[in-house]
Design a protein around this ligand. Structure first.
Ligand code: AMP
Length: 298
């Protein structure tokens, strides 16, 4: 695996593969890699001939300077982990490569970016995400981009971006990878003390509590949210930003679980912002059948 710093080098490195008609997969990350990221890289390795992992802590998507400052950075171990998972190229540009002096353009998806994360973090968050993703897609020109369902709203916002701008890439979202006790893996988990980490389990447990009620036949959003809130409120030191049951495409709130809906939570534990989500389906509904094996064709 090669580590590359500039867009020019990236394009030169991918040129032969592109001309040969080889497929290219992109896994965008902000580093501090964990099994969640590695699941995306491994899937890209299975499906694509060239695998590019990008590592860029994007200041434009942070709404709080302190969060950006303490975001974990560990490029050397990230490079080793990305290589081990099968990446061919690690694109780790400096800030000036992405935002050179005079940079003045942004890409904004309206609508689905407004609620939940958009409301909690402000419009600059998703504007930062969509601007950097549009740039990474133009720099890499992948056939497939791999994202994690852990950031469910980000997946929908990016799918909208890709559709609206006719970007020639397929977006594939993979399931959230969890620790054995249920905590969703996140780069920010490294910032938690052991005691805070224990409290952070309230997020996944709240989602599970609501999912269990749904599996038992409960369809009222109010009752499902109450089941989740009860778990969150029982743990001290968990400051909930939102717990919401929303349509998985529009992110509008739903009143009843008549079809699949997304239960999403955001909370701060010891000042560390964590998010998680789970898809709920009405009890007795049809299970979705497994999809055919996908490849990454150029
Ligand atoms: P990040 O480095 O946090 O920007 O994440 C990079 C990509 O990894 C995004 O598409 C995330 O959704 C995905 N990701 C982060 N955590 C997980 C996880 N626990 N399971 C699966 N994918 C994840």
């Amino acid at each position: 695996m090669r580590t590359i710093r500039s867009v020019g080098e990236l394009r030169a490195a991918l040129g032969p593969a592109r001309r040969a008609g080889s497929s290219i997969g992109l896994v965008p990350t902000m580093g501090a890699l964990h099994e969640g990221h590695l699941s995306l890289i491994r899937r890209a390795r299975e499906q694509c001939e060239q695998v590019v992992v990008s590592l860029f802590v994007n200041p434009a998507q942070f709404d709080q300077a302190a969060d950006l400052e303490r975001y974990p950075r560990q490029e050397l171990s990230d490079a080793a982990m990305a290589a081990e998972a099968g990446a061919d190229l690690l694109f780790a540009p400096g800030i000036e490569e992405i935002y050179p002096p005079g940079f003045a353009t942004s890409v904004e998806v309206l609508g689905v970016s407004a609620p939940l994360e958009g409301q909690a973090r402000g419009p600059e968050h998703f504007r930062g995400v969509t601007t950097v993703v549009a740039k990474l897609l133009n720099m890499t020109m992948p056939d497939v981009m791999y994202l994690g369902q852990k950031d469910a709203q980000q997946v929908v916002v990016i799918r909208r971006l890709v559709a609206d701008l006719n970007l020639p890439v397929e977006v594939r979202a993979l399931p959230t990878v969890r620790e054995p006790d249920g905590l969703a893996m996140s780069s920010r988990n490294a910032l938690l003390t052991p005691e805070q980490r224990e409290r952070a389990l309230a997020l996944s447990r709240a989602l599970r509590a609501a999912a269990t009620r749904a599996e038992a036949g409960e369809r009222s959003a109010e009752a499902l949210l109450a089941a989740g809130s009860e778990v969150l409120e029982a743990v001290e030191g968990v400051e909930v930003e939102y717990l919401a049951l929303v349509d998985p495409e529009t992110f509008e709130p739903v009143e009843r679980l008549d079809g699949r809906a997304l239960l999403a939570v955001a909370a701060r534990v010891g000042g560390v912002r964590l998010i998680d989500n789970e898809t709920l389906a009405p009890a007795g509904g049809q299970r979705t059948r497994g999809k055919a094996i996908e490849t990454c064709s150029a």
